[in-house]
Design a protein around this ligand. Structure first.
Ligand code: GLA
Length: 377
């Protein structure tokens, strides 16, 4: 096997393989709203997956992951997904492209990335987007619309990875643009770029390094709760629900489902409030909404964990403008909106206090908003 990989690498680097990349993402606000038809506010970041890819003249896909030091191979006409989780993302993207009438020919690829795994920065979406973009560029004259590329990634999660996710991560990874956040209406698919300029502030991620695996997590259960409430209300998604509606059916739903829906309805309002505040340069309101989101995700949606609640408390104590758990939850990192003059003190305090309690320092990543899926060479 080692020999085979060596041969593959030699071939790839010897002559003209194409190099593609796609990015991880942050989300300023709008968590667990995507599969409820609501709004999200993500952006792509400078941490990405890069893949060198070359057509190989067969009907086989042969891929080597540099980071995992693992090799996978599958036929394009095979229905059975490979065993390795990382390879299933690529297999899924191929199958979903073909399902949509796209062309996929056999290829060899090697890839690596610097998106921390399990940090809630969507390394899996980056991988799906990178390969979906590459297959569209190499075999389909870029005829598949970008939003459809995001859907290919999302369907890969649904059909090959067991995660019933929304569209946010793949959307952000495909559509990301340098220095811009994007407000996406997940019901209509319409979106707008928002140049993100926060003079005097920094966006920083504090990673608890607590790993979460969405595949085994109660993520799908949260979605089911929301769908049950929507069904009881006779609407398609919670996008169309207000608190009055929810209270009308309070007796017909479980206490737990009530809490989940209460969070989602509140979050829908918060995204719009943040957009309005950003337009006025009112970062105090943005920050306050971030804290409200954290409280909702922790107490009502119950997707936080002790470590992330602690990081949120530290931020509050330090006077950080806004802080909240980011992404699906069950681990990962907080996103923090910090005044520049407070940055050093906050980071030092967070490291010290967290290490004293949990025995290891959190990791810190400054957010650099960057381009999404692209061909590099
Ligand atoms: C995960 C999912 C997204 C979204 C977020 C929560 O990242 O992949 O679709 O639901 O959780 O906002």
């Amino acid at each position: 096997m080692k020999e085979k990989i060596k041969e593959l690498l030699k071939e790839l680097f010897a002559d003209g393989a194409s190099l593609y990349a796609s990015s991880g993402r942050i989300n300023l606000i709008g968590e667990h709203t995507d599969y409820n038809g609501g709004f999200v506010f993500p952006g792509a970041i400078d941490k990405c997956i890069k893949a060198k890819i070359k057509e190989n003249g067969t009907d086989k896909v042969r891929v080597y992951s540099i980071d995992i030091d693992d090799y996978a191979e599958f036929g394009l006409n095979e229905e059975d997904a490979p065993e390795q989780q990382w390879a299933r993302y690529i297999f899924g993207v191929c199958r979903e492209t073909i399902k949509r009438g796209g062309t996929v020919k056999g290829f060899d690829a090697i890839f690596a990335g610097d998106i921390p795994l399990g940090a809630g920065l969507s390394s899996s979406a980056a991988m799906e987007s990178c390969f979906a973009f590459a297959l569209n560029d190499m075999f389909n004259d870029n005829k598949i619309e970008k939003y459809e590329l995001a859907r290919i990634g999302q369907s890969t999660e649904h059909n090959y990875c067991g995660v019933n996710c929304g569209i946010m991560d793949q959307f952000a990874s495909v559509h990301g643009k340098k220095d811009c956040l994007m407000r996406l209406d997940c019901r209509s698919g319409e979106f707008e770029y928002f140049p993100f300029k926060a003079d005097g502030y920094k966006l920083v991620l504090v990673d608890s390094v607590v790993k979460h695996e969405l595949v085994d997590s109660p993520y799908n259960k949260r979605r089911e709760s929301c769908e049950r409430v929507a069904k009881t209300l006779g609407i398609e998604t919670l996008r169309d629900a207000e608190m009055d509606d929810l209270n009308r059916v309070k007796e017909q739903i479980s206490e737990e489902d009530y809490m989940r829906a209460e969070y989602v309805i509140g979050e829908k309002e918060r995204v719009l409030a943040v957009c309005a505040a950003l337009e006025k340069g009112d970062f105090e309101t943005v920050g306050q909404k971030m804290y409200e989101t954290h409280a909702g995700m922790s107490k009502l949606y119950e997707v936080s964990c002790e470590e992330l609640d602690y990081l949120n408390d530290i931020a509050k104590e330090c006077g950080v403008t806004g802080s909240r758990i980011m992404g699906g939850g069950f681990g990962g990192c907080t996103i923090n909106l910090v005044k520049e003059e407070l940055y050093d003190k906050f980071i030092a305090t967070a490291k010290e206090k967290f290490a004293a309690k949990y025995g290891h320092e959190p990791k810190v990543y400054d957010v650099v908003i960057s381009d999404g899926a692209r061909r590099i060479s």
